[in-house]
Design a protein around this ligand. Structure first.
Ligand code: 5GP
Ligand code: ZN
Length: 110
């Protein structure tokens, strides 16, 4: 399958690892939109949130909590986003959660 994030998981494309467990991998976005911009992905290929099962979503949420603490943004706050489909401007079709923080973010989200 020609999936960029599956290639990152396979180590075929380098990434800056932030977190990893049996089911989840997280790495820094190549084009950060905030001082902290981490992409959190399931290790199994899932296209987007529409195809995500609850067990995987729970694993991703647990990783969000761990990474927020690890990155030092839990106290001041942060934002998570998962773009889905054309109108959501999803550009990589492997489910990912953006974790953005480290500064005051814009109030508008769209
Ligand atoms: P989307 O637009 O699908 O929600 O988010 C895809 C994200 O992947 C973008 O924020 C983009 O900067 C990031 N990205 C694209 N290619 C690479 C890459 O090769 N390495 C890393 N670390 N991030 C990437
Ligand atoms: Zn994939």
């Amino acid at each position: 399958m020609d999936c960029l994030f599956c290639k990152i998981l396979a180590g075929e494309i380098p990434s800056q690892k932030v977190y990893e467990d049996d089911n989840v991998y997280a790495f820094r976005d190549i084009n950060p939109q905030a001082p902290v911009h981490v992409l959190i992905i399931p290790k199994k290929h899932i296209a987007n949130v529409l195809e995500c099962d609850l067990q995987t979503w729970t694993q991703l949420l647990q990783a969000v909590q761990t990474i927020a603490a690890q990155e030092g943004v839990a106290e001041d706050g942060f934002r998570i986003i998962s773009n889905c489909g054309d109108n959501g401007c999803q550009s990589v079709h492997h489910l990912h959660i953006h974790l953005l923080g480290g500064a005051k973010l814009r109030e508008t989200m769209a």
